[in-house]
Design a protein around this ligand. Structure first.
Ligand code: PLP
Length: 305
């Protein structure tokens, strides 16, 4: 149980490499590509989830909340990161899981539980609604908590993601690209960026995410300082869906460039960039593209075997 809650919050960052990628597809398109390795931001609080949690942890500690509660699926990078953040910074954590727990927990949930997270599964309809009845029940069970929405999608999350812009020099690039789930990372970056941003939606649904990001910006009173767009063509069939061509691309990319990807986010980002580069007229000649690797490599384990 969590009795102490005194460890100071420290968010020191290691140097995050910006790695140039040499590839015939990019050469043929006349563009250059570098990858910002935010997967290396922390050994276990990975990628953009580290940034999304930062201000949530600060806010919870200021409000003297002992418990952090959030929502996610059985392979959630966000809950995995939250569980580890809780262990490291002395918070109790509760993960409300969508759907029944598998009889044998997957490695993501095992690690979350080992890091001290209480797993609270709810059926899919209850999960989707997340209504006040559920929240009251959770408060009865676990006491008062700092609630973080699914995927870390609140103002604190976006504020942290805005800090990703300080990890690269805007002078070196013409375009920033990233994979989008909730779009919170894009929204945060768009609130500080001078460079245009192109997001790749990893869920199916024409144009729906751009609308959600617009609503999120309005709700949080964040203002975009740059142009941003979301491509909805390279989700490969929907969230966490794959096909042979896509998996072959990942294998080829990893062996050629030595940068690990996972199929849910970073894989679809690179897949989308390469597909657009092959279209030739999409990126302007000499376009210098930065791709933000969002981390979340723990999720690869859901695909091995
Ligand atoms: C969660 C996640 C994303 C999506 O971030 P959003 O802010 O929800 O759009 C992208 N990449 C990785 C690796 C993630 O874990």
């Amino acid at each position: 149980m969590c009795l102490v809650m005194t460890s100071p919050l420290s968010f020191d960052l290691p140097d995050i490499p910006v790695q140039a990628i040499k590839d015939p597809v990019l050469d043929a398109a006349g563009v250059s590509l570098s990858i910002l390795r935010t997967d290396l931001v922390h050994p276990v609080i990975s990628g953009n989830k580290w940034f999304k949690l930062k201000h949530n942890l600060i806010s919870a500690r200021q409000k003297e909340k002992k418990t952090l509660l959030s929502f996610g699926g059985a392979w959630s990078n966000h809950l995995h990161a939250l569980a580890h953040a809780g262990r490291i910074f002395d918070f109790c954590t509760v993960g409300v899981i969508r759907g029944e727990l598998p009889t044998t927990l997957n490695p993501c949930l095992v690690e979350a539980q080992e890091a001290g997270m209480i797993l609270h599964p709810v059926d899919r309809i209850t999960y989707r609604n997340k209504d006040s009845t559920l929240i009251s029940l959770l408060k009865e069970l676990y006491g008062d908590f700092h609630l973080i929405p699914e995927g870390g999608g609140n103002l604190e999350g976006a504020m942290g993601c805005a800090e990703i812009a300080s990890l690269y020099s805007e002078n070196d690039f013409d375009l920033v690209t990233l994979a989008c789930g909730t779009g919170t990372t894009l929204a945060g970056l768009a609130s500080v960026s001078c460079l245009p941003i192109l997001g790749f939606q990893v869920l199916k649904g024409d144009g729906y995410l751009a609308e959600e990001v617009r609503q999120f910006l309005t709700k949080t009173s964040l203002k975009a300082t740059c142009e941003w767009t979301i491509n909805d063509e390279y989700h490969v069939g929907g969230y966490a869906k794959t096909n042979d061509k896509f998996m072959a691309f990942l294998t080829e990319f990893e062996s050629r460039h030595g940068i690990p990807l996972e199929p849910v986010y970073s894989g679809k980002l690179l897949y989308g960039i390469f597909a657009l580069a092959k279209k030739r007229d999409f990126f302007p000649q000499k376009c210098s593209i930065l791709a933000i690797h969002g981390g979340g490599l723990q999720g690869r384990r859901g695909y091995i075997n």
